[in-house]
Ligand binder design. Structure first.
Ligand code: AHR
Length: 521
C-alpha cells in the first residue's frame, strides 16, 4: 500500500518531467514547484554519491598513487592532497579496479612484496605495462583512510570462480584459512570486511561478450561461491548490468537469477554528443552542448524503464539498481594518450552532474548506488593532476554541494519545467530534487541547463515550517569555462542572494547553466 502510494507519487513526478518536454510553457519562464514531505518517501541512499577508480590512464598510477618514494607528499604512496579532497567530498564508496580492466585483473599479482609482483599489460587502456604496485592492500587501506566503503569488481571474463572466492576469503575472513593466513603474512591481521562485490563488468562487452542468458547462469555459479566468510550475510553481490536501454538484459537477469543471490543489478550510461564523434571537452558549440544534455537526460527514461522491469519481478524492492558508471565522455585532450581518456571538465559537466544526481535522488526508491566515472584524470573526473599540481573540477563542486542529500529523506516535487529549445528541439530546462535531513533541514538542488536564459522558480514551502533560507550557486560567465592549472579557482561554490522568501514562498532566479542549492531551516 505504502509502496504503491509512493510509486504513484514518483510516477507523477516522472510524468510531469516527461510532459514538460513536450508541452508548451507560459511566457514569463516562472516555474511553480510544489513540494511534499511524506512518510512514504524513501531515504536517498548515500551510496548514490559513489565514485569509480579504474586502472585506466592516470587515474591510479600518476594520479591517486605516486608511490612512497615520490616527492609529492603521500601516505603509503597515495597523494595527501587527493586524500584531503576526497575526504571533503564525503565519498560513501569507491569502485575498483575496473571497468574493463577488472576482467583482466588477477588480484594475487597485486599482493606481497612490491618488487616481487609480476607486471600486467593494460590491454584495454593504452597497452601500458603496470607493475602491480597498487594492489588489494593499497586500495582497501586507502578506503579505510577515506572512511569509504570499497566496492570490488571481480574478474569473471578471464578469471575463475575459485580466484574470486579466494579474494573474498582473503579480504573478509577472520579465522584460519589459506587466504586469511596469506593476508596476515602480508601484514594485515584484521579482515577489511568488504561488503560490495561486482560479479564481472560489462559482461555483454569487454567483460566477455556474453549473452544475457549465458551471463545469468555464470552469475548464479559465481554468486554461489562468493560466500560471506564471516557468515553474517553481509555481502552485496552486484550483477553486471545493461548498457543503456538493453532492457532484455535486465529482464533476463531479474527472471533467471534467484533474488536472494542478487543484491543489485548495474546499469551503465555515458552522456555523449555522439559515440563516433564525441567532440572536444572544452571547445564545443551549443549544438554539441544540447546533444550532450539530451544524452545525459536520457538517464531519466533509462532508470524509469529498467525500474519498471525490476518492479515486475521484485515489487518489494529487494534488488537494488546500481548505476555504477555514469558521466560525460568526450574526445581525449589533444597530445594525450588516446587510451587514457583524459578530458577537461567545464560547466557542461556541472550540468550533467547536477541533473543526473537529481534523477537518482528522485528515483531513490530503486537507485541505491551510483558511481561517477571516474575519480581522477579520467572522463568526468572530480580531480585533475599535473605533476605536483591538483585542481578540483566543476563536477567536484557539484558533488560537494549535493553531499547534503546523502541519507536524507526524499521530498517529492511536482512541476512543469520550461523548455530549453535549440534548433527546433526542446529539453526540460529545469531539473530539481529535494530532501530533509535528520536535523529537519531541507535542501533543494535546482539546475538550469538552458545555455542562454534565466529561469525563475517559485516554491511554496508553507507546509515545511521553514523560517529561513540560504542559497549557494555554481555558475560561470561562459558555458565552456573550467578550472585550469593556472586558474584553479575560477569555478567554485559561491553564496547566492538572488532570491526572496516571503510568506512561506521562495522566488529564486536561476541563471543559465547554473546549479543552485537552497538550504532551509
Ligand atoms: O569508464 C571507462 C570504461 O567505460 C570502463 O572501463 C567500462 O566499463 C566502460 O565501457
Amino acid at each position: 500500500m505504502i509502496l504503491s502510494h509512493l510509486k504513484t507519487n514518483l510516477f507523477k513526478v516522472a510524468i510531469a518531467l516527461f510532459f514538460s518536454t513536450i508541452s508548451s510553457f507560459g511566457q514569463d519562464n516562472n516555474v511553480i514547484i510544489s513540494i511534499q514531505d511524506t512518510d512514504q518517501a524513501p531515504i536517498i541512499n548515500k551510496n548514490i554519491y559513489g565514485h569509480f577508480a579504474e586502472h585506466l590512464g592516470r587515474c591510479i598510477y600518476d594520479g591517486i598513487y605516486v608511490g612512497d618514494t615520490s616527492k609529492i607528499p603521500n601516505i603509503a604512496g597515495v597523494r595527501k592532497d587527493i586524500i584531503s579532497a576526497l575526504k571533503a567530498l564525503e565519498i560513501p564508496n569507491l569502485r575498483w579496479p575496473g571497468g574493463c580492466f577488472a576482467d583482466t585483473y588477477h588480484w594475487k599479482d597485486g599482493i606481497g612484496p612490491k618488487e616481487d609482483r609480476p607486471t600486467i599489460v593494460n590491454k584495454w587502456w593504452g597497452g601500458v605495462t603496470e607493475d602491480n604496485s597498487f594492489g588489494t592492500h593499497d586500495f582497501l587501506n586507502l578506503c579505510e583512510v577515506l572512511e569509504t566503503e570499497p566496492y570490488l569488481s571481480g574478474n569473471v571474463g578471464s578469471g575463475t570462480v575459485q580466484e574470486l572466492a579466494d579474494w573474498v576469503q582473503y579480504t573478509n575472513f577472520g579465522g584460519i584459512s589459506p587466504m586469511s593466513d596469506l593476508r596476515k603474512e602480508n601484514g594485515r591481521i584484521e579482515p577489511w570486511k568488504v561488503k560490495y562485490w561486482g560479479i564481472g563488468n560489462e559482461a555483454w562487452g569487454c567483460g566477455g561478450h556474453m549473452t544475457a542468458e549465458y551471463y545469468a547462469n555464470e552469475y548464479r555459479k559465481y554468486a554461489t561461491f562468493l560466500a560471506d566468510w564471516e557468515n553474517t550475510g553481509g555481502l552485496v553481490r552486484i550483477a553486471s548490468g545493461a548498457n543503456n536501454d538493453d532492457y532484455h538484459w535486465t529482464e533476463t537477469l531479474m527472471k533467471n537469477i534467484p533474488h536472494h543471490m542478487l543484491g543489485g543489478i548495474a546499469l551503465h550510461h555515458y552522456a555523449t554528443v555522439q559515440w563516433s564523434n564525441k567532440g572536444d571537452a572544452v571547445d564545443y558549440n551549443e549544438e554539441q552542448y544540447f546533444k550532450t544534455m539530451r544524452s545525459a537526460l536520457w538517464m531519466e527514461e533509462l532508470v524509469t524503464e529498467h525500474a519498471a522491469i525490476m518492479d515486475k519481478y521484485d515489487p518489494d524492492h529487494r534488488v537494488d539498481m546500481v548505476v555504477d558508471e555514469w558521466g560525460g565522455w568526450y574526445d581525449v585532450q589533444e597530445g594525450t594518450n588516446p587510451g587514457f581518456l583524459y578530458q577537461q571538465n567545464t560547466m557542461r559537466d556541472a550540468m550533467i552532474a547536477g541533473a543526473t544526481l537529481n534523477i537518482f535522488n528522485n528515483h531513490a526508491d530503486r537507485v541505491k548506488m551510483a558511481n561517477l566515472a571516474q575519480t581522477v584524470n579520467v572522463l568526468q573526473a572530480v580531480i585533475l593532476t599535473k605533476g605536483e599540481k591538483l585542481i578540483l573540477t566543476p563536477t567536484y563542486y557539484v558533488m560537494k554541494m549535493y553531499a547534503v542529500h546523502q541519507d536524507a529523506k526524499l521530498l517529492l516535487l511536482d512541476f512543469e519545467s520550461p523548455k530549453y529549445t535549440y534548433n527546433g528541439e526542446s529539453l526540460p530546462a529545469i531539473s530539481a530534487s529535494a530532501s530533509k535531513d535528520q536535523d529537519g533541514t531541507v535542501h533543494m538542488s535546482i539546475v538550469n541547463i538552458d545555455a542562454n536564459k534565466d529561469n525563475s522558480v517559485t516554491i511554496n514551502c508553507n507546509d515545511l515550517g521553514i523560517k529561513d533560507f540560504t542559497a549557494t550557486i555554481i555558475t560561470s560567465d561562459k558555458l565552456q569555462d573550467y578550472n585550469s592549472f593556472d586558474d584553479s579557482d575560477k569555478i567554485q561554490i559561491q553564496s547566492y542572494k538572488n532570491f526572496k522568501f516571503k510568506k512561506g514562498e521562495i522566488s529564486i532566479t536561476i541563471p543559465p547553466f547554473s546549479v543552485v542549492m537552497l538550504e532551509g531551516k
